[in-house]
Write a protein that binds this ligand. Structure first.
Ligand SMILES: NC(=O)c1ccc[n+]([C@@H]2O[C@H](COP(=O)([O-])OP(=O)(O)OC[C@H]3O[C@@H](n4cnc5c(N)ncnc54)[C@H](OP(=O)(O)O)[C@@H]3O)[C@@H](O)[C@H]2O)c1
Length: 208
């Protein structure tokens, strides 16, 4: 399928590589169209570059891989969002202060949904390091990728994309569950950055 990805940073690049390797046609979007076009040219045949608006309008589905605080500005530059599926990978966290920057009575996912009325927002990939999206190999088990959102059809599409990235999708329910997923992201950043674990680690959800 065609997929737009907004944000040319760690997550934008990792998801572009993973999804184009899985056979999707990806447009990488940037505030700087020339940068995205140049980057896309270096990433292989299935990738093209464009502005943020072009990436958002490239397809029915786009991934928002920008700092949480930039979401309002970025989404307002994307044109009509009616009917879009938006995968929100953002995390409203302040690692130095060990806190979420929104909540507890809301979450980044819910706030993104408010910024995009008429779109179906699915929170996903936010608890997985970019380095694990790039290389999900941990031996026999697949790292877990939790996701949540309101629309079942949109979530089914996102679950398929998660699996194609070599991760195990676990549905966590409505978008309100972003409150938990963003706290989990805070924990993995705490372990990685402040506790010295680095970025080659992941959550595994096990059942017996
Ligand atoms: N890194 C991870 O392992 C990881 C894992 C899970 C979730 N996340 C979340 O995913 C999001 C992106 O993370 P990242 O590590 O990819 O960040 P990053 O490397 O800093 O890249 C963010 C990108 O967002 C774009 N952007 C648009 N508006 C911006 C603004 N006002 N200020 C700065 N950048 C802006 C920039 O691309 P252009 O300049 O091309 O527009 C920038 O390269 C964050 O919300 C983060 O919490 C990150």
């Amino acid at each position: 399928m065609k997929i737009g990805i907004i944000g040319t940073g760690n997550m934008g690049q990792a998801l572009t590589a993973a999804l184009s390797d899985a056979g999707h046609e990806v447009m990488l979007g940037s505030r700087d169209r020339d940068r995205a076009t140049k980057m896309a040219g270096e990433m292989g045949a299935g990738v093209c570059g464009g502005s943020n608006e072009e990436a958002a309008q490239f397809s029915r589905l786009f991934i928002l891989a920008v700092p949480f605080d930039a979401c309002e500005e970025v989404l307002s530059s994307c044109g009509s969002l009616e009917g879009k599926v938006i995968i929100d990978v953002t995390n409203p966290i302040d690692p130095e202060a060990l806190r979420l920057t929104v909540g507890p009575e809301t979450s980044g996912g819910e706030e993104v949904a408010k910024l995009a009325p008429g779109a179906n927002v699915v929170k996903a990939f936010n608890t997985v390091h970019a380095e694990v999206v790039e290389n999900p190999d941990f031996g026999d088990d697949m790292p877990t990728c939790f996701y949540c959102g309101e629309d079942e059809e949109a979530k089914e599409t996102v679950a398929e994309l998660i699996e194609e990235c070599g991760l195990e999708p676990i549905d966590c329910g409505p978008i309100r569950a972003s409150r938990y997923l963003e706290a989990m992201a805070g924990l993995i950043v705490q372990l990685s950055v402040n506790m010295g674990w680095g970025v080659h680690n992941a959550f595994f959800f096990a059942e017996r």
